[in-house]
Ligand binder design. Structure first.
Ligand code: S3P
Length: 168
């Protein structure tokens, strides 16, 4: 029996929404690495990026993963860039079964278009940025995922069902 479920994927893939619903369905605890980082630091992500840079934020992600190594029966939603460090990838695989929530670029653009809280998207051309990040990261998500879940055209409810069926 899987003890933890990890959700990885790009910004706008629905990791938090699906994670919350999945945890309720499984009776698991819900953890979100971005939320943990914000509550520990008492600052929001844009502030952390401003003051500590992306590198500082990634350090905080690694620290959170190390701290949650011993959790059980949890669903963990992660930030879209957490897979960029090799150390993080190894930690994620130790923590639980990794699901890649895979969505097409159009969907991701639609879901993030009014975003003001994601520092990496506060650029002149956020749509181009989404594309570039997906190109760079998609192979890495696939590399660490135990299962790839295509979310385009599916409701959150059916994605939750698909994941829960695959871990029973
Ligand atoms: C990031 C994704 C964000 C957050 C931070 C950096 C990224 O999380 O961790 O803004 O590098 O893709 P979400 O994927 O939950 O938006």
């Amino acid at each position: 029996m899987t003890q933890n479920v990890i959700l990885v994927g790009p910004m706008g893939a629905g990791k938090s929404t699906i994670g919350r619903q999945l945890s309720a369905k499984l009776g698991f605890e819900f953890l979100d690495t971005d939320t943990i980082i914000e509550s520990r630091s008492g600052a929001d992500i844009p502030w952390i990026f401003d003051v500590e840079g992306e590198h500082g934020f990634r350090d905080r992600e690694t620290a959170v993963l190390k701290d949650i190594l011993s959790i059980k029966n949890s669903v963990v939603a992660t930030g879209g860039g957490i897979v960029m460090r090799e150390e993080n990838r190894a930690l994620l695989q130790r923590i639980g079964k990794v699901f890649y929530l895979c969505a097409g670029v159009e969907q991701l653009i639609k879901r993030t278009q009014k975003d003001k809280k994601r520092p990496l998207l506060q650029v002149a051309d956020p749509q181009q940025k989404i594309k570039e990040l997906l190109e760079l990261r998609d192979p890495i998500y696939r590399q660490i995922a135990d299962t790839v879940i295509v979310t385009d055209g599916s409701s959150a409810k059916s994605v939750v069902q698909e994941i829960s069926d695959s871990i029973d």
